[in-house]
Design a protein around this ligand. Sequence first.
Ligand SMILES: CC(C)(COP(=O)(O)OP(=O)(O)OC[C@H]1O[C@@H](n2cnc3c(N)ncnc32)[C@H](O)[C@@H]1OP(=O)(O)O)[C@@H](O)C(=O)NCCC(=O)NCCS
Length: 273
Amino acid sequence: MAKTLAPVVSVHLVDQKSSLKSATTANVQLNDVPTKFSVLQQKPDAAAAPVPPLTGDVRVVTAAEYKQAAACLAEAFAEDDVARYFIDVPDRSHWSEQEKWDLHVEILEYVTYAHILKGLVTTIGDFEAVALWMPPGQNMDDFLTILRSGMWRLNYRLSAEGKRRFFTEFLPLLHDTKHATLGEADDESWYLVYIGTRPSGRGKGHARKLIEHVTKQADREGRPVYLESSNEANPPIYRKFGFETKRTVHLQRAEKNVQLDIMVRDPVGEEKK
Ligand SMILES: CC(C)(COP(=O)(O)OP(=O)(O)OC[C@H]1O[C@@H](n2cnc3c(N)ncnc32)[C@H](O)[C@@H]1OP(=O)(O)O)[C@@H](O)C(=O)NCCC(=O)NCCS
């Protein structure tokens, strides 16, 4: 394709101080994107945050395992209202369930890989449960990570309404809410971005192990831990780990109410940073 005819891709970048889900928009020429893009050819960032000491059966997911980890999350979040918010859109009503499922898996593969590059991805057993963490001061929103993880492809894969929901509503809402909730502690906190246990693995203590692996470190460091809960069944579970609901926010572009409970766990046993 002639360079002058290259379509402009709207890539959503997040300012360096922000957490995962905030967005500002920059335009990138398609010809600037590597033509032989492959996430498997990429290596995790050498400057990624240190991993808290591993406890129990918890282990760190490697770059070569991103698909298995994402498959676990896809299964865990198969019916999650927030995960489906960008896929179950009026302008994709003609899509088959298989097409929607493929996009659901694809989104989670990008997000998982971005966290392998810039955050921390942990699992238990044969990918029975997976947690995506963003350590203090880290984010996956730099241009290179968006390219390397494949996140930029969402500009093509989401519908017009899906993009409005994801980039214009969801990302800014989460960014602003996290900052408003944590204030100066925003950059000091651990962020539990996703945690999911396959239905067949639930009730066996997997989520507890994955969460406590990091909350113990957060306690040692005197740092808060932040999460958004997308399922009304979950706040009672998170309260068991010391999280408290600080506020609720709502996604408003769907017919049904989609609520997120914003929860923070203050550090235990150490002076708070
Ligand atoms: C939420 C989720 C991660 C819990 O995973 P899990 O591995 O089954 O959780 P655990 O077995 O470690 O249980 C943790 C605690 O929560 C309790 N718990 C777990 N599921 C529960 C349920 N459905 N109802 C009530 N309590 C529950 C357990 O009893 C346990 O408490 P205890 O240690 O004091 O006995 C899992 O249900 C899931 O993947 N859900 C779908 C995806 C999702 O909603 N993720 C979170 C998005 S915010």
